[in-house]
Design a protein around this ligand. Structure first.
Ligand code: SF4
Ligand code: SF4
Length: 220
């Protein structure tokens, strides 16, 4: 059975998804599949929030939800002093339930689907199902892809490595943003904050990181 949230020993390299219907190679195994866009809750980083919100002109709370974290992690944000941490995840269509389609998964005819925000998709969607190992990039041993999806291990490391490296790098930035937020919330006992306030804090933080509004190099 698939885990409900892509967490584990190394969240970075277990990160999610791929672009159903958006061919990157002559034979794109994701086009007829889309399994991972249904099965998982997809965690996002601050850069993902910034990229999707600014790219689509959408409010973060229109496509994000706060998922209660089982175990604390550096990405866990709180909404009130002494509160339990949450993780930011993409919304599902209908309700926030693993197994339902991602809010951005769009039908593409003939029973297929595609990512409706391919250019802006989260970093975790850009790296799944690949993981970085000393010997190079390989398919994660627990990936849910059909057995014959990646017969040659996917595409060369040169394709996947920049995406994995960007995800690792942005996790560091995002953890700093979350830590600053949590410190502020811990020091303020006046009441609970909202998810919208947290998302705005993330957007403002990333606007400050990238004052020219320029996106970092895309790792496609
Ligand atoms: S489960 Fe694997 S093959 Fe299917 S869409 Fe996701 S990455 Fe592609
Ligand atoms: S953002 Fe796109 S690639 Fe990622 S889970 Fe949603 S539909 Fe799939």
């Amino acid at each position: 059975m698939a885990p409900s949230l892509r967490t584990g020993a190394n969240r970075v390299t277990e990160a999610a998804v791929a672009p159903p219907g958006a061919s990157m190679a002559p034979a794109d195994p994701c086009a007829p599949c889309g399994l991972c866009c249904h099965a998982y809750l997809v965690p996002v980083t601050g850069l993902d929030v910034w990229r999707i919100s600014r790219g689509l002109g959408a409010k973060p709370t229109d496509f994000l939800a706060a998922w209660p974290q089982g175990d604390p992690s550096p990405e866990g944000f709180i909404l009130q002093h002494g509160g339990s941490p949450f993780r930011l995840v993409l919304q599902k269509r209908g309700s926030l339930t693993p197994g339902l389609p991602c809010v951005f998964l769009a039908p593409a005819g003939a029973g297929t689907s595609r990512c409706g925000i391919y250019a802006h998709r989260p970093e975790t969607c850009r790296t799944y199902p690949m993981v970085k190992r000393p010997a190079g990039v390989v398919v994660h041993p627990e990936a849910m892809c059909p057995a014959d999806a990646w017969p040659d291990g996917g595409s060369p490391s040169s394709h996947w490595l920049p995406a994995i490296d960007l995800l690792e790098s942005d996790l560091q930035t995002y953890r700093g943003v979350v830590a600053t937020w949590n410190q502020q919330v811990c020091g303020d006992r006046s009441g609970a904050r909202s998810l919208e306030e947290f998302c705005q804090f993330v957007l403002d933080s990333y606007d400050a990181v990238r004052p020219d509004g320029r996106l970092p190099a895309e790792a496609d």
